[in-house]
Write a protein that binds this ligand. Structure first.
Ligand code: VGL
Ligand code: ZN
Length: 191
């Protein structure tokens, strides 16, 4: 891991939900494996007073991203359903910014920063660096990392804490390249 998370750090836990894990509607290969890694980061953030942000993909039943609405994805993460719940082994911190996103039926939204006011909240908390993990690397994690950079944060992607959907086999690698080009640091090691 890094030296130690501190109060100027935020941990962003992106969409660790049943539908993106084994047996879910839009499963990411090895998606479950991010849980144990992220739990260790969450515990450290709780201990050190770092800001924790927990996001969920939280769609209405008629969301435009669903194939039956002409979109690219099977029905997934419908608000309030078991598939939209956090993975049952994920540590749910008492003190965190909880954020449910992509709730507008007519708009796709992959980034935790998109229309949520998250950047402002992090600035109010005097956050300078963000550490990002979760699902999926090539969609919501990538979009969140790129927006965090655009908002001026120092961004670290925790590689062992994320997995790609890989609709195309190289998508995960391309996403990493893109994030690195944009200024993110890829952390290949993690407790
Ligand atoms: C996501 C596809 C569709 C994600 C959300 O969380 O990465 N991917 N909706
Ligand atoms: Zn979605």
């Amino acid at each position: 891991m890094i030296e130690q998370l501190a109060s100027a750090d935020a941990l962003l836990v992106v969409d660790v939900q049943n539908d993106f894990c084994r047996g879910g509607a839009l499963p990411v290969a090895e998606g479950d494996q991010v849980v144990a890694v992220l739990n260790r980061w969450i515990e450290q953030a709780e201990r050190t007073g770092a800001t924790i942000v927990m996001t969920r993909d939280w769609h209405p039943p008629n969301h435009c991203s669903f194939t039956d609405q002409g979109g690219p994805w099977p029905v997934h993460c419908v608000a309030g359903t078991p598939g939209a719940a956090y993975h049952s082994d994920l540590r749910i911190p008492q003190r965190a910014i909880y954020m449910d996103k992509a709730r507008d039926p007519d708009r796709e939204s992959y980034s935790g920063f998109d229309g949520t006011g998250l950047a402002q909240r992090l600035r109010l908390a005097e956050v300078e660096r963000v550490w990002v993990g979760g699902l999926a690397l090539d969609y919501c994690v990538k979009a969140t990392v790129l927006d965090a950079l655009a908002e001026g944060f120092e961004v670290h992607l925790i590689l062992p804490a994320t997995r790609p959907v890989n609709i195309h086999p190289e998508d995960g690698h391309k996403a990493l390249d893109e994030m690195q080009q944009a200024g993110a640091t890829i952390e290949r090691n993690s407790p």
